[in-house]
Design a protein around this ligand. Structure first.
Ligand code: TXE
Length: 497
């Protein structure tokens, strides 16, 4: 139990906001207002009401942030040794832990997610900085054997200024998983958090500064995608873009990046299958399926949003699933219910639209299916945990990312059909399987197109494990040592001796 956290939760629930939220962009080591003076508001999804204002940035603020990042690279940060960079990141990890309560409460209030999940995200963010702190001075090149008359080797150089476009579903953790390796590699960063959730990224930048990061190394410009995000990705002085968001915006970012031949990592959506085979441990599989789709009310790129289940166990499993869902509490994220709100009115309308379309097409709804209005948070944005039977592989409920607590069920016969069902969408981010037969599990892992496969525990692993997608889910990898290399440019040096 933490008294600090409890008093922050009480303050937020009683007053509808929190005192001391960061205000302004964070540019060159300090908070500054928008050059054009613009402001916008962030909403508490649990109440469906605005709780704080923040700076609405434009191209002028982006220019200032990119210029600060360039200066920082040319200054002491560019000369820091990898070990010195690692020490700063370790201090930042410690500061994140020292400020964990405040970060978690702000994250929950801003994004709507349950406080326990926000606390997990904060721990994950600290862990990301700790992991890459340890990696900063282990980023070796290779020596290349060319015979007695040559010396050949490679150097991993920082790519330069890295832009980070961050979504609203995991504001702090997405920022951390991109910014930590960028700083470890020696880059400078300009981050643009989602306009729905700007605050924890600003808090992170301030903590980084307190940890000893020189001014200008980590800048944050808040505002909309159109006014602040687009000028950032279109900036000629940006060397790399990490974008996490929708496929449509990802395509736009890629087109913009092409103009300047800017490197990019795209982490887009998913429609990830979770196969449950007849021989699976039924309780572990049930818990796994629930967590895969209901964590963060289903607003996860890697959510297990399709249950692919063997016919012989399908009816009993779906009955148990529907039974478990009836008892789930829904409410304000800071009250730690089983399911929190979705992030915005627009997202709620999108989810409801998909489910209404399925109902109209005749899909059977096994559970949920409607907007929820919990008695203690009636004006918030909530959707019931929902299970929908799919009508074949072409069904939109199977093909389209809903990004909400809606599980589509595909019934199959045997492993080959499970693999075919898993591979039936344009997305290829994650796939999971529950089975006691390891040979089946590995065959599935080989045959599905996905950036990562989870066997008998969905979301297994952490910052150590590379993460990213194929096809419409994007390309490039974050996390792990692969994530660090995303922020490096490789130089080969060969000498005749
Ligand atoms: O995404 P956008 P939205 C999916 C999910 C969701 C849908 C729409 O299905 O329902 O996308 O969400 C910034 N140039 N995911 O509209 O537009 C924007 O300000 C540069 C999946 O919120 O992709 C925000 O910071 N940046 C996903 C970020 O892009 C631009 C996470 C994401 O917003 C921009 C979120 C532009 N032209 C949504 N336009 C995942 N992969 O986890 C917007 N942005």
């Amino acid at each position: 139990m933490s008294a600090v956290r409890d008093s922050l939760v009480e303050e937020a629930l009683a007053t509808g906001t929190l005192k001391g939220l960061p205000d302004g962009h964070f540019i060159d080591g300090r908070f500054v207002a928008s050059e054009a003076g613009g402001r916008m508001e962030s909403f508490d999804p649990g109440r469906g009401a605005a709780f704080a204002g923040f700076a609405a940035g434009t191209a002028a603020d982006v220019d200032a942030a990119v210029a600060a990042a360039r200066r920082a690279l040319a200054g002491e940060w560019g000369r820091a040794t990898p070990a010195e960079r690692g020490r700063v990141l370790n201090r930042l990890a410690a500061l994140i832990r020292d400020n964990a309560d405040r970060l978690a409460v702000v994250e929950s209030l801003d994004s709507g997610k349950r406080l326990v999940e926000a606390e997990g995200d904060v721990r994950g963010a600290a862990r990301a900085f700790e992991y890459y702190a340890g990696a900063a001075d282990k980023l070796h090149g290779a020596s290349i054997p060319l015979g007695p008359d040559y010396v050949g080797f490679t150097i991993e150089e920082p790519i330069g200024v890295a832009a980070q476009i961050i979504p609203w579903n995991y504001p702090l953790s997405t920022a951390a998983r991109g910014i930590a390796p960028a700083l470890a590699a020696g880059c400078a960063v300009v981050a643009k958090p989602a306009e729905q959730t700007p605050f924890t990224c600003l808090m992170l930048a301030e903590l980084a500064h307190r940890a000893g990061l020189p001014a200008g190394v980590f800048n944050v410009v808040t505002g909309t995608g159109r006014e602040a995000g687009a000028p950032l990705t279109d900036h000629p002085s940006i060397d790399h873009i990490t974008f996490t968001g929708s496929v449509d915006t990802g395509i736009r970012v890629m087109q913009t990046a092409a103009k300047h031949v800017t490197r990019l990592v795209l982490e887009l959506g998913g429609k990830s299958p979770l196969a449950v085979m007849a021989d699976a441990d039924p309780d572990a599989a049930l818990n796994g399926v629930m967590e895969a789709i209901f964590e963060n009310a289903g607003q996860i790129c890697s959510a297990g949003s399709r249950l692919v289940i063997e016919r012989s166990i399908a009816d009993g499993f779906i009955d148990r699933l529907a039974g478990r869902m009836e008892g789930l509490s829904i409410g304000h994220g800071l009250r730690n219910p089983a399911i929190g709100p979705v992030n915005s009115a627009a997202q709620l309308a999108k989810i409801a639209g998909h489910v209404e379309q399925a109902k109209a097409a005749g899909n059977i709804i096994h559970a949920g299916g409607n907007i929820a209005r919990p008695s203690n948070a009636a004006d918030g944005w909530f959707f019931q945990p929902t299970v929908v039977a799919a009508r074949g592989v072409k069904d939109p409920i199977v093909q389209e990312e809903i990004f909400g607590p809606v599980l589509a069920v595909q019934v199959v016969d045997g492993l080959d059909e499970a693999i075919a069902a898993a591979n039936c969408t344009d997305y290829a981010l994650v796939a999971g399987i529950y089975t006691r037969d390891l040979s089946k599990a590995y065959r599935y892992a080989r045959a599905v197109d996905a950036g990562q496969v989870y066997i008998n525990e969905y979301f297994a692993g952490g910052i150590e494990v590379p993460f990213g997608g194929n096809r419409k889910s994007g390309f490039g990898r974050e996390k792990g040592m692969e994530g660090l290399r995303s922020y490096c440019k490789l130089k080969s040096v060969v000498a005749r001796i």
